[in-house]
Unconditional design. Structure first.
Length: 243
């Protein structure tokens, strides 16, 4: 499958439609996320390494908000227990359709099940690894506690949750600085000011950022004993939580 270049926001629109993971986004998603999320490649690769360390025999491994399956593939390539099952979940049929094509080209043999479902309705069962890479931020804030609590309850003792998010800062000056730095990152990757503004307007009421403190508090409240940031670049961070 050939990846298309992201040109979605190259045209001026007075009121851009709210961002959604439709077929238009699915077609350009690899280019979009590589040019928009600093550290994304590192986060995906290290997600695979973490899964390789924490996956236990016969367990389930969840990739929640799997999009086109980058984290699923990274984990599939690192997990050594062939009796594990990787479950990729997304609520976008367009993303999952392309994800299946990607998975089918991979030669590793750990089974992968793709599920089109709303994360808020999903049961987590017998898991050793649960990954949410840039997924929780699209869920209403009042529903996030229940999701993290359900993940904790569905993890085996010693299991791990990986949570990657775009975050906000309690200090408004630092928040403004990191937003500016993120925009500089996008400019360096070829996005114009028009595209940056268009994407920001489309996503501002769809992607709702929490602080790292709010994420940690939610994770500890769910029951996790250990939690901290393992990676951060500007306003993008990834945390690990251990049961």
């Amino acid at each position: 499958m050939t990846d298309s270049r992201d040109t979605i926001y190259t045209q001026t629109v007075s009121e851009p439609a709210a961002f959604q993971f439709d077929d238009r986004v699915a077609r350009v998603f690899p280019d979009m996320i590589k040019r928009s999320v600093p550290g994304y490649t590192t986060i995906v690769a290290m997600t695979g390494l973490l899964a390789g360390r924490f996956a236990t025999p016969g367990s389930r491994i969840y990739d929640l908000g799997c999009s086109l399956g980058a984290s699923t593939l990274a984990m599939r390539q690192q997990v050594q227990h062939r009796d594990c099952l990787i479950i990729g979940v997304d609520n976008s049929a367009a993303m999952l359709e392309r994800c299946r094509t990607v998975i089918d080209t991979d030669s590793h043999d750990i089974p992968v099940e793709l599920v089109c479902a709303d994360l808020r309705d999903l049961a987590i069962e017998d898991a050793s690894v649960v990954v949410l890479n840039f997924t929780l931020q699209f869920i209403a804030r009042e529903q996030r506690d229940a999701i993290i609590r359900r993940i904790y309850q569905g993890l085996r003792p010693g299991g791990i949750m990986v949570l990657s998010e775009k975050v906000t800062f309690e200090d408004p000056h630092l928040d403004a600085l990191n937003i500016d730095l993120h925009h500089e990152f996008k400019r360096a990757n070829g996005y114009s000011d028009l595209e940056i503004a268009g994407k920001r307007n489309a996503i501002e009421n769809v992607l709702l950022r929490d602080t790292l403190g709010e994420h940690k508090q939610r994770i500890r409240k769910a029951g996790f004993g250990s939690c901290d940031v393992w990676f951060q670049c500007f306003n993008f961070a990834s945390l690990i939580a251990l049961k």
